[in-house]
Design a protein around this ligand. Sequence first.
Ligand SMILES: Nc1ncnc2c1ncn2[C@@H]1O[C@H](COP(=O)(O)OP(=O)(O)OP(=O)(O)O)[C@@H](O)[C@H]1O
Length: 211
Amino acid sequence: MSKQQIDVIELACERDERELFSAVSFCLQPGDVLQVAGPNGAGKTSLLRIMAGLMPATAGDISFAEKSILSGSGREYWRRNLLYIGHAPAVKSALTAEENLSWLCALTRPVSSEAIWQALDQVGLRGFEDVPCRQLSAGQQRRVALARLYLPGAPIWILDEPFTALDQAGVLTLEQHIMSFAASGGTVVLTTHHSLAHVAGVRRLELGRVN
Ligand SMILES: Nc1ncnc2c1ncn2[C@@H]1O[C@H](COP(=O)(O)OP(=O)(O)OP(=O)(O)O)[C@@H](O)[C@H]1O
């Protein structure tokens, strides 16, 4: 077994006493990209939040590097290896793009200002580094959040609707970035209603079934 393998085992989730999914099992190796698909309300965000440690599962387990991440000693190691970007951009409107990134990185792994400026450049925000985020468009705010994907760090990305509000060029750039991250051994779990036309070898999970 790969030391960095992720095993999702018989996972179940209920919200408001309604079962969203049950017996969801899959295994991810470094280099895998998994698209969690399904209609609105199917539980895609819930699954990603469980994986990110933000809400409990009703049943089942997730292990990483052979340790459970839902409880016990594996949890902290998992967090250090994980970058989760939720479906809301989660940028602080009063802070600039640079300040937002510094703040977000300080919570996990601090990086230099130079690295932050380079990351903002990569997502097309050159010239907007010092602008308070409330003065940025929805797509630009999304780009601030996504700039974290261009900073050195976690080998596992969990991305909830990362393409929301991006223009066509932004979608293409992000797809290519996801592909090169996976090619270098990164693991990606994401939800999107896009077809991921430019990402090769994407696996799909449809409420417990992996193709
Ligand atoms: N905060 C909450 N409290 C209680 N129930 C919730 C909450 N958030 C979502 N739900 C319920 O959980 C179910 C699944 O929501 P979830 O966001 O996981 O679905 P989704 O597949 O990501 O949907 P979408 O495609 O619309 O983003 C929905 O029926 C929703 O009503």
